[in-house]
Design a protein around this ligand. Structure first.
Ligand SMILES: [Zn+2]
Length: 413
């Protein structure tokens, strides 16, 4: 064996006791209470949590790290993030996007992330500059992370000269594009954009991953149309919606039937707590609504959910260290989650559930799966979320990609 990890609290194994995990040729070949000594790296985890690599199901690498070059917010009630990014976007070059996205990608790898779907804007205002840069990153960082791309129009499709053409041009490049997205909320005709996204996805065998129903009130929700299209085209399991903050403004008894319809149709939900907390409730000056969907409740009703970072250091979210464990903690804190089972569910939303949304069938801590690991400084999934556990080691296909020794007190003798 090339690698043996000993004394590990293996993700999903609960109270079964510590396990040892053996790796050969980048693949998990054994999980057992005891594995004989082997030739390669032999690491005692001291009872710490061993998980499959974290899965970033929704991020924007191309527009990360631009906060310093964007105009300041016009005021609490005029955050205007799309406009502020649009102005900065005009000056993007392939090299510029590559350099910023690379820094963000490396930060994510250091946080134990080994799979990622990044949304890439292909609006006429920026063209294919962002896509070209991200395509290069896919190749250059394959040693540490499987990066896949969802192309979309942020600034609208219907009635926008050249927009749909750009989207089609992007899709036809193929490569690691696995999904077509959208932001119908910024379109004159929401449902027309959504229907066209479904058509393109079906024509090119891609998943659908939409920014949807981002708003402070439940009026004019597009979620019903998305459910109908998913059912009509038998696209269940291939459709994901991000944000859906409007849902969170409804009382639970009105959300539950929608959640059941989502579960029945096979539409998944991704919450983006950092952005939602930062941008929702700008109409209020006190007692500000959180605007985050309660994914624990949706999960209990059968909806596959994930938690993701979305934006890093830009007008949508001027924060971020790419830690998915921090996002799970932020969600739990904002939604007042404390039950260990619910905290574990939050951890699954940045690992196994996020992998399900991305349809990654080669994911998980099981014999035969790729040896993509993160070692966290915690004893369980729930504790990892509670303490925002540090990632001490990460491995991609059995090869070490990250080392971070835990901080140590130096107490005088
Ligand atoms: Zn997004």
């Amino acid at each position: 064996m090339d690698l043996v990890l000993r004394n590990a609290a293996v993700m999903g194994s609960g109270a079964e006791g510590p396990r040892e995990v053996g790796v050969s040729n980048g693949v998990i070949v054994e999980i057992a209470p005891k594995i004989a000594a082997a030739g390669g790296e032999d690491l005692d985890l001291g009872g710490r949590l061993l998980t499959s690599g974290l899965v970033e199901s929704h991020i924007h690498l191309d527009k990360s790290r631009i906060i310093e070059r964007c105009a300041p917010e016009a005021g609490r009630n005029a955050a205007n993030a799309v406009k502020r990014v649009q102005d900065a976007k005009r000056h993007f070059t392939v090299e510029d996007v590559y350099t910023r996205a690379k820094t963000t990608l490396e930060a994510a790898i250091l946080q134990g992330t080994t799979r990622m779907r990044t949304h890439v804007e292909v609006d006429p205002s920026g063209g294919l500059v962002g896509l070209e840069a991200i395509e290069a990153l896919v190749r250059d960082y394959r040693w540490a992370i499987d990066l896949e791309i969802c192309v979309f129009l942020q600034e609208g499709m219907t009635g926008m000269t050249g927009a749909e053409g750009m989207l089609i041009q992007a899709i036809e490049r193929g490569g690691r594009i696995t999904a077509v997205g959208g932001a119908p909320g910024y379109d004159r005709d929401h449902m027309k954009q959504i229907a066209r996204v479904f058509e393109l996805a079906r024509a090119h065998d891609l998943d659908v991953d939409l920014h949807l129903d981002f708003g402070n009130t439940p009026e004019a929700m597009d979620i019903h149309g998305v459910i109908e299209l998913t059912e009509r085209h038998h696209y269940g399991g291939r459709v994901n919606v991000g944000h859906v903050t409007k849902l969170s403004t409804l009382p639970p008894e009105q959300q539950a039937p929608i959640a059941r319809r989502l579960a029945g149709a096979g539409v998944a939900v991704t919450v983006l707590p950092a952005t939602d907390l930062f941008l929702m409730g700008r109409d209020q000056t006190y007692d500000i609504r959180r605007g985050i969907v309660d994914v624990n409740a949706y999960g209990r009703l059968g909806v596959t959910c994930s938690i993701a970072n979305n934006n890093i250091l830009n007008p949508f979210t001027p924060f971020g260290d790419c830690s998915l464990v921090r996002m799970a903690n932020l969600h739990a804190n904002a939604l007042q989650v404390s039950d260990p089972d619910d905290l574990r569910a939050c951890f699954e939303m940045v690992t196994s559930d996020a992998a399900r949304i991305l349809n990654l069938d080669d994911y998980g801590l099981a014999v035969g799966k790729p040896a993509d690991f993160a070692v966290l400084d915690a004893r369980s999934e729930a504790e990892a979320v509670a303490v925002v556990a540090v990632v001490l080691d990460a491995f991609k296909r059995g090869r070490r990609t990250v080392t971070r020794r835990p901080p140590k007190l130096h107490q005088p003798a």
